[in-house]
Write a protein that binds this ligand. Structure first.
Ligand SMILES: *Cc1c(COP(=O)(O)O)cnc(C)c1O
Length: 426
């Protein structure tokens, strides 16, 4: 399996190189040349989470030795997850909550960031990297803590997390600034998440700085969701959720389901889209936004316009205006047209917007919810079913409610439940 840059198909790397680099030198994101397909979902039916992870990830990480990959998976998905099956599927109100928050930092970011450090260490071996790696990460809250936790005291790595000083919740900030480990660093910046993300991208494109670091024996890498080392592990839980429905007799083989995702940087929902491309029977991918509804607008109009103020909401991990991973979707939808992507991304950074004429997708539905709707949804589910959602999950729940009313689609649906609520069952 090889990977190209979304902005230049002539750039060709293996997965280990893509994982170390995080982002391509031309600013593009690495994408697999082909999406491997799983023709018969039944062959996965009896697999536990680790076996499934090996089956899915092995198809993307072909330069990893199979024993090595198995060891990475074993180390990542162990008892630091409080759910026996790593991601629990819980039925409430006819809807299936895929609880992705049973890892050490209580956010779904653990699903990928618990394995990324192992993948990175092995990638350094495969690529014969002699330098130490410095991980730079911008966070809207949860990535920061999960990445710090994952990389703490991993030798030959250092990690620096940049977060918007006034843009994360109190608990997220406390989680980050109390991090232990000799190699972990946290910086609160003036500005919002997009400023943090832009700053990190600028560092990656600063040849002079990279040269200086290299002379001091460091190379840069990223733990953001632009790294394929995060994207690939995230596909696993969508298969796991589907298979769980199958095993419980809730669906028949090949029956299509909807997947509802509270979306920020478009990483989690892109993993669901890739799962669909691999052959997971998915009808609609419901892309749920909070009041920063730039993705809702884009999906419905084809215009991506970031010339608006970022609103700070009660779901801070979704307070984002530039959803980086959307670039990968556009690459696939455009028939892998790298110069088209290069142009659109230049328009976005120069003009603050781009338009895709005749934009159409049957795969996605886009919707958003405001703060009142989030609060009402949390209240409704708690009062009626004694199930407590966090604010991010509630955004998704509410958008799905609207989707159902609008389309009358009664397919079984999985909601990607992304963060623990402080008063949950623990
Ligand atoms: C990161 C995060 C999201 C958004 O996921 P993306 O992959 O950035 O779209 C949603 N909810 C929570 C709790 C998160 O931490």
């Amino acid at each position: 399996m090889i990977y190209h840059s979304t902005r230049n198909k002539n750039i060709v790397v293996q997965s280990s190189e893509a994982i170390i680099k995080g982002i391509s030198d031309d600013g593009g994101l690495f994408v697999p040349e082909v999406i491997p397909s799983i023709d018969d979902i039944n062959i996965l039916k009896d697999m536990d989470y680790k076996d499934l992870a090996y089956e899915i990830m092995g198809r993307f990480l072909t330069d990893f030795d199979s024993e090595v990959l198995k060891r990475c998976i074993d180390n990542a998905y162990d008892d630091k997850f409080l759910a026996n099956d790593i991601a629990s599927l819980v039925e409430v109100d006819g809807l299936f909550f895929l609880e992705l928050y049973h890892g050490p930092t209580l956010a779904f970011k653990d699903m990928a960031l618990s394995i990324l450090p192992y993948l990175l260490k092995e990638s350094m071996k495969i690529q014969g990297i002699k330098e130490d790696v410095v991980i730079l990460t911008a966070t809207s809250g949860d990535t920061g803590k999960a990445a710090l936790e994952g990389f703490a005291n991993v030798d030959r790595t250092k990690i620096i997390v940049f977060y918007p000083k006034d843009g994360v919740s109190e608990i997220q900030e406390k989680q980050m600034i109390t991090q232990e480990g000799d190699n972990t660093f946290v910086v609160g910046i003036k500005g919002n998440f997009d400023d943090a993300q832009n700053g990190v991208k600028r560092i990656f494109n600063d040849d002079e700085l990279i040269g200086q670091l290299k002379r001091k024996n460091y190379v840069l890498s990223s733990a953001n969701s632009i790294n394929i080392g995060r994207l690939i592990p995230q596909m696993v839980y969508y298969f796991h959720g589907y298979l769980e429905l199958l095993r419980r007799g809730k669906i028949k083989t090949d029956e299509k389901i909807n997947i509802v995702v509270p979306t920020g940087n478009f990483g989690n929902i892109l993993a669901a889209y890739y799962s669909k491309l691999m052959g997971l029977p998915v009808k609609k991918l419901v892309c749920a936004s909070n009041e920063n509804k730039i993705l809702t607008d884009f999906i419905n109009t084809g215009v991506y316009d970031k010339r608006r103020d970022l609103i700070l909401t009660s779901s801070p991990s979704m307070d984002i205006l530039v959803s980086s991973n959307l670039e990968r979707l556009l690459y696939h939808l455009s028939g892998e047209d790298d110069s088209f992507i290069e142009n659109k991304m230049r328009e976005l950074s120069q003009n603050g917007y781009y338009e895709i004429s005749n934009f159409e997708t049957n795969d996605f539905y886009g919707g958003y919810s405001n703060e009142d709707e989030v609060n009402e949804s949390i209240n409704k589910l708690f009062v009626n079913y004694n199930y407590l959602m966090d604010t991010h999950t509630a955004v998704a729940y509410n958008v799905y409610d609207k989707y159902k009313i609008k389309t009358q689609d009664n397919s079984k649906s999985i909601i990607s439940s992304s963060f623990i609520c402080y008063r949950s069952r623990y």
